[in-house]
Ligand binder design. Structure first.
Ligand code: CAO
Length: 476
C-alpha cells in the first residue's frame, strides 16, 4: 500500500438545517497522534455544541479549518495519515452520521453521546437543556447516586445557570447532562480533561467542594443557610432585537480563567490599598544597567525591580506569603517564595510563575520574566510554569493607567497591581521637585490581612523601590 492510499479525509457531517456553523475549538495539531474517535474540532450551532471525532487512528497530516471559522456539511476538517485502523471509508463514515446528529441537535431534551446509543455515528452532539429545565427531572445517567446524595438545600437553592456560558462550556454531552442533573453551572467548573475539557470528575469534584468547604457554598453559588441569598442571575437579553450583533466565543483560556476569577471575586472579601512609590532613582539605575543587561540578552524592565521589591516585602510580612487552608480556620505560611505575574497574551490572561524569586538576582529575575512572557504569548507555557505561586503582580504600567483593583489569584491572599509611572511635582524641603511616581494598587484578602498591615506593606514596598541599590542581589 502506498502512503497516499492511507490518507483519510474527515469531513463535517450533515447537520440538518444548520449552515455556516462556527468552529469554536480545534482540538488537534498536525503531527499529533490520535486514536479513532479522538475529537478533532468542536462546532457550535445556536442549539448545540458538537465534537467531530476522527474516524481513523494515525497522525494528523493537515487541519483544513481554523478556530473561529465557519463550516458546512461536507467540508474537509482534517487529513489523517492512518495507521491502518480506519472505521470505514472516512468521508462516508463521517457523513453517515447526519441523521443522528441532526436529530440529536433538534431534540432539546437529549444530551446523550451518540456513541452510547450503539448506532453507528461519528459525531457527538450535546444540546443544552432549555433555561428553566428542572435539574434531576430526566433519568439520571451516571450521576443518579450523586444527585441522591445531595442535600435538598443544594438541589433547590442553586442560583440560575448562566445559560450562554453553559452552552459555551468545553464539555461533552454526558457531562452537560450530569451538570444539569446536579444543577451545576459549568461556567464555574475548571476543566482538567483533554485540552481543558470539563469531565464528569470535574463536575463531581466541584459539587464535593461545594458540600464540604465551609463558606464555599455561598461563594460557589449556593445559598448560605441563614440570611443569605443566591447570587441573582443577570437577565438574558435578546440583543438582536435592538440591532445587528455578532457572537464571538470566548477563548479556551478565558473560559477557564473566567470561573476562577469569579470564584475569587465572590469568595474573598477584597479591599484595595493604593499607594505611590518614588522610582526616580530606580529608573536612573535601570538606565545605567539596561545596556549591560541587553548585552547578555536580558531586557531589564521596571517589573524585575518590582518583583525583587515584593520579595523583600513578602519576607518582611510573612502573612502576605500565605493561604487559608480549606477549613478557613488556619493560615498556611509558605517558606518558599515564588512570584507570579499576569501576562497579556493573544488568547487571554495567563499567570506564569518566577520560581524561587528570593534566590535570583535582578538579572536572573528579568531573564525569567522575558522567557516566561514569551512562552505565555506563544502558548508554550507548561503547567509547572504556572504552578506554585505565592503572590501575584499584575503590571499594566507598560500600557498605561493610574490605578485599578486587581482580583486576588486565590488561594493567594494578595495581589499587587502596578500602573504607569508619571513625573509629578512632589513637595520636598519647602519646594516642589519633579519625581517619577509609580502607582501601586494592592488588593488583599481582608479575612487574613488587616488594613493596617496592608498599608504597612505598601509603605515598605514604596520605600524599598525608592532604594533600588538594595534590589540587585538575591536575598534568600
Ligand atoms: N510605568 C512606565 N513604563 C513602564 C512600566 C510602568 N509601570 N512598566 C513597564 N514599562 C515600560 C517598560 O520599561 C518598557 O519600556 P522600555 O522598552 O522603554 O524599557 C515598556 O513599558 C514595555 O514593557 P514590557 O511590557 O515589555 O515589559 P514588562 O516587564 O513591563 O511587562 C508583562 C511584562 C508580561 C507583565 C507585560 O507585557 C504584560 O503582559 N502586561 C499586562 C498584564 C495584564 O494584562 N494584567 C492585567 C491582569 S487582570 O486582567
Amino acid at each position: 500500500m502506498n502512503a497516499a492510499a492511507r490518507l483519510v479525509e474527515v469531513r463535517v457531517p450533515d447537520m440538518g438545517n444548520f449552515k455556516d456553523v462556527a468552529v469554536i475549538d480545534v482540538l488537534v495539531k498536525p503531527g499529533e497522534s490520535i486514536e479513532p474517535e479522538a475529537p478533532l474540532v468542536t462546532l457550535e450551532t445556536e442549539k448545540a455544541t458538537m465534537d467531530v471525532p476522527s474516524t481513523a487512528s494515525g497522525v494528523i497530516e493537515k487541519i483544513h479549518v481554523d478556530k473561529g471559522g465557519k463550516v458546512n456539511a461536507g467540508d474537509l476538517i482534517a487529513t489523517v495519515r492512518s495507521a491502518g485502523d480506519v472505521a470505514a471509508p472516512a468521508q462516508a463514515a463521517a457523513l453517515a452520521a447526519p441523521s443522528e446528529a441532526a436529530k440529536a441537535a433538534a431534540a432539546a431534551s437529549a444530551a446523550v453521546p451518540a456513541g452510547t446509543t450503539g448506532k453507528p455515528t461519528s459525531t457527538v452532539v450535546s444540546t443544552p437543556a432549555q433555561p428553566g429545565s428542572t435539574a434531576g427531572s430526566a433519568p439520571a445517567q451516571g450521576g443518579a447516586s450523586a444527585v441522591a446524595e445531595l442535600p435538598a438545600t443544594l438541589r433547590t437553592d442553586l442560583p440560575p445557570i448562566n445559560e450562554p456560558g453553559f452552552s459555551r462550556a468545553h464539555a461533552g454531552p454526558s457531562v452537560r447532562k450530569l451538570a444539569r442533573e446536579l444543577g451545576v453551572d459549568l461556567t464555574r467548573v475548571a476543566g482538567h480533561g483533554f485540552k481543558g475539557r470539563i469531565t464528569h470528575d470535574d463536575v463531581k469534584a466541584f459539587v464535593k467542594e461545594l458540600m464540604t468547604s465551609p463558606g464555599a457554598a455561598a461563594g460557589a453559588g449556593a445559598v448560605a443557610r441563614s440570611g443569605g441569598g443566591a447570587l441573582p442571575g443577570v437577565p438574558a437579553v435578546d440583543f438582536a432585537a435592538f440591532g445587528p450583533v455578532e457572537t464571538q466565543p470566548l477563548s479556551r483560556i478565558q473560559r477557564i480563567s473566567g470561573p476562577r476569577l469569579h470564584a475569587s471575586w465572590v469568595n474573598i472579601p477584597h479591599v484595595t490599598q493604593f499607594d505611590e512609590a518614588d522610582i526616580t532613582e530606580l529608573e536612573a539605575l535601570r538606565g545605567k544597567l539596561k545596556e549591560s543587561a541587553a548585552q547578555r540578552g536580558i531586557k531589564l524592565t521596571p517589573l524585575a525591580f518590582i518583583v525583587r521589591a515584593c520579595v523583600k516585602a513578602l519576607q518582611a510580612f510573612p502573612q502576605f506569603n500565605a493561604s487559608l487552608d480549606p477549613t478557613g480556620a488556619n493560615l498556611i505560611l509558605k517558606k518558599y517564595l515564588n512570584v507570579g505575574f499576569a501576562a497579556d497574551t493573544p488568547n487571554g490572561l495567563m499567570v506564569p510563575v518566577v520560581s524561587e524569586a528570593d534566590r535570583k538576582d535582578i538579572y536572573e529575575v528579568a531573564r525569567q520574566l522575558g522567557e516566561l512572557s514569551e512562552a505565555a504569548r506563544g502558548g508554550k507555557l507548561s503547567a509547572a510554569q504556572m504552578q506554585g505561586g505565592c503572590f501575584t503582580i499584575s503590571s499594566l504600567g507598560g500600557i498605561g493607567g493610574t490605578a485599578f483593583t486587581p482580583i486576588i489569584n486565590a488561594p493567594e491572599v494578595a495581589i499587587l497591581g502596578v500602573s504607569r509611572s508619571t513625573m509629578k511635582p512632589v513637595y520636598q524641603d519647602g519646594t516642589f521637585v519633579p519625581r517619577l511616581m509609580l502607582p501601586l494598587s494592592l488588593s488583599y484578602d481582608h479575612r487574613v490581612i488587616d488594613g493596617a498591615a496592608a498599608v504597612r506593606f505598601t509603605t515598605f514596598l514604596a520605600k524599598t523601590l525608592a532604594e533600588p541599590h538594595t534590589l540587585i542581589e538575591a536575598v534568600p
